[in-house]
Design a protein around this ligand. Structure first.
Ligand code: PEP
Length: 252
């Protein structure tokens, strides 16, 4: 079985390099644990160098997004090549907070293509705003996956794309408000069915599916054995102690 994936999405935090150093020092105490996982940190761009150096022996850099432009001069853009040269191995693509800023499925599919072409693992985020009583959220997820992967060849996605199911209603809350294990299990099965319908069973069986949305040290135990291949962690990844506990649970 391949290693579980753990991605820390730091978003626009922490606010100082000193705080970054404190987190990295705390994580390094559990480097042996992180080595047993595929561990990534997606920091704000200003901390790329510090994080890349700080986790060199036990983790890799991820980016929180990827630009849609490759060539030419573009003020304000950090190019894919810069990301790559700093050691970025994975890009979070289509996070709900970026979709809320207007990012479309079309742009997301372009970003996935760019990541694949650059040898960066695209981590496609999908997730509904609310759970529908009649199960409408399942169809919403099907459409998000279909449109986000539209125009991308199966051979390019095979064993490369990773999907993160991140229901928006569960993001940034507390462990108590996160998803129920049975609902997560059902959604993982559904996502595999969608992938089977779109690209065939072999691709579905070889695509890793993560969960994100208020994963904390207190609920990881109940949701880690329901078919998920790893986790995307937001607020709980900004404190070394809580991320260390989550990571330790994943290898137990
Ligand atoms: C996220 O926004 O990707 C996320 C998982 O956040 P949190 O863990 O804070 O819910």
């Amino acid at each position: 079985m391949s290693k579980k994936i753990l991605v820390a999405n730091w978003k626009n935090h922490p606010e100082s390099l000193d705080e970054v150093k404190v987190i990295l020092k705390g994580l390094s105490r559990k480097s042996a644990v992180y080595k047993k996982l595929n561990f990534f940190i997606a920091p704000p761009l200003s901390y790329l160098e510090s994080v890349s150096k700080g986790i060199k022996s036990f983790g890799s850099l991820a980016s929180q997004d990827i630009p849609t432009v490759i060539e030419g001069t573009h003020t304000g853009i950090v190019s894919v090549n810069i990301l790559k040269n700093f050691g970025t191995r994975l890009s979070i693509i289509g996070h709900s907070e970026r979709r809320a800023m207007g990012e479309t499925n079309k742009e997301i599919s372009l970003k996935i293509k760019i990541a694949l072409k650059s040898g960066i693992i695209p981590l496609l985020c999908v997730g509904e705003l609310v759970r529908g009583k009649e199960g409408e959220h399942f169809e919403f997820i099907r459409e998000q996956i279909r449109l986000s992967l539209e125009g991308i060849k199966k051979a390019d996605l095979y064993k490369k794309v990773v999907i993160a199911y991140e229901p928006i209603w569960a993001i940034g809350k507390s462990a108590k408000e996160a998803i129920e294990p049975k609902d997560l299990e059902q959604m993982i099965i559904f996502i595999k069915k969608v992938l089977t319908d779109l690209f065939g069973r072999d691709l579905a069986e070889n695509t890793m599916i993560l969960y994100g949305g208020s994963v904390e040290a207190t609920n990881i135990g109940s949701i880690m054995d329901v078919g998920v291949d790893g986790f995307l962690v937001g607020h709980a990844s900004l404190e070394a102690g809580s991320l260390n506990s989550i990571a330790s649970s994943l290898i137990s």
